[in-house]
Design a protein around this ligand. Structure first.
Ligand SMILES: [Fe+2]
Ligand SMILES: [Fe+2]
Length: 380
């Protein structure tokens, strides 16, 4: 039986992945929303098989129990954060994350140091706010996995991840509230993705959307910010969160490897399409259209330039440095005539395919050691 695959239009709502008008038309119009309700469409599954069937997951569970930390007492919350100083130091390190000369002919051309700094401060608030909302997504997804995954070992592990995610929501919220003087509402692209992940009735799709795609990106993004910033509280906060996050991505990779090994081509095609959708939504959200708007810039004038900004391009590619090797390990890149490989080629992120995957790398992220430098896997 031949495999059917959907058009870009059906998967992401537009044919051209770079259609700016379509990207920017997705906006969050209800900024006062307090409660957001999504149907999660899933069966809760009991298992009476308590045998140790999956030692790798049980090992992860043991690691998670001893890797717990207390957000209240383990982080230096009395650190004084001078936002202007911190952001300008970080901007000096990465040229604002954007190349100012690249924006000639737009309103941004006239920006001096002061405007770039104010933009940078909001960009920081926005970035950490989206991390916060994403962490809440992880909290809900992982609680769902406790119910829906049929394996005993995975239920135990997912329960520890649920606690980890509560802690992550706690620390990002506290940092935004106490040190950044407020944050941003959820970005519409991110919310769409979280909704899609939660709504899917198939338990492995929660893992793929959250553990492999969202958390894979988060692990890379946290690593980037951790490496760049000299702000001691944020640096330590990210270091602690990453020690958990690496386990979470490993949980996704180890679980799905087993499931995907037995899937038909059509079932794999559905997973490949979902991975592509998630990758596009996350790329779109990082265009941070709300921050431009807040600073009086029409995103339509700058986003086409942002997409080609060499400084930002480097950052965007790096975001996929965990996702691509993990997708490869799961067989998602090359099944069905390399469908997902071709999508990642179009997104210009395929070069990470032979970097170290996160199946066992999580050990290197444990607290007390030096973080691993992102790099190609040994032997390649
Ligand atoms: Fe998290
Ligand atoms: Fe996580």
């Amino acid at each position: 039986m031949s495999v059917t695959h959907s058009s870009n239009e059906a998967i992401i709502g537009r044919d051209d992945i770079n259609n700016i008008e379509a990207i920017l038309s997705v906006t969050n119009t209800d900024l006062d929303e307090v409660e957001h309700i999504v149907k999660d469409n899933a069966d809760a599954i009991f298992t009476w098989d308590y045998s140790l069937a999956r030692p790798q997951l049980r090992k992860l569970y043991e690691k998670a129990k001893v890797g717990q930390w207390n957000a209240t007492t383990d982080l230096p919350w009395d650190t004084d954060v001078d936002l202007e100083k911190v952001v300008s130091a970080d901007q000096a390190a990465i040229q604002s994350g954007l190349t100012p000369d690249h924006y000639k002919g737009t309103i941004v051309e006239k920006w001096g140091d002061k405007e770039w700094l104010e933009f940078g401060i909001d960009q920081r608030r926005w970035t950490l706010s989206q991390f916060l909302h994403g962490e809440q997504g992880a909290l809900l997804c992982t609680a769902k996995i406790v119910e829906t995954v049929p394996w005993y070992d995975a239920k135990l592990y997912a329960s520890t991840q649920t606690m980890d995610e509560a802690r992550h929501v706690e620390v990002f919220h506290r940092y935004i509230d106490e040190k950044l003087e407020g944050g941003f509402q959820v970005n519409a692209h991110l919310r769409m993705l979280l909704d899609d992940i939660i709504q899917d009735s198939r338990w492995d799709m929660t893992y793929l959307g959250m553990q492999v795609m969202v958390e894979g990106l988060a692990l890379a993004a946290f690593g980037f910010l951790h490496q760049m910033t000299e702000e001691p509280l944020l640096k330590q906060l990210l270091r602690y969160v990453m020690s958990d996050e690496a386990r979470h991505v490993a949980f996704g990779v180890l679980s799905l490897k087993e499931v995907y090994a037995g899937m038909t081509d059509q079932e794999m095609m559905d997973r490949q399409e979902f991975a592509f959708e998630a990758a596009i939504r996350m790329r779109d959200r990082f265009l941070s259209q709300e921050v431009w708007e807040k600073h009086g810039v029409n995103p339509r004038d700058v986003v086409p330039l942002v997409l080609n900004d060499p400084t930002r391009d480097m950052f965007q590619q790096m975001l996929f440095s965990k996702i691509v090797p993990n997708c490869k390990k799961l067989g998602l890149l090359d099944r069905n005539d390399q469908w997902l490989r071709h999508r990642f080629e179009e997104m210009n992120v395929i070069q990470f395919e032979d970097w170290e995957d996160t199946g066992s790398e999580y050990i290197k992220f444990e607290l007390g050691g030096e973080l691993p430098e992102p790099q190609p896997a040994a032997g390649d």
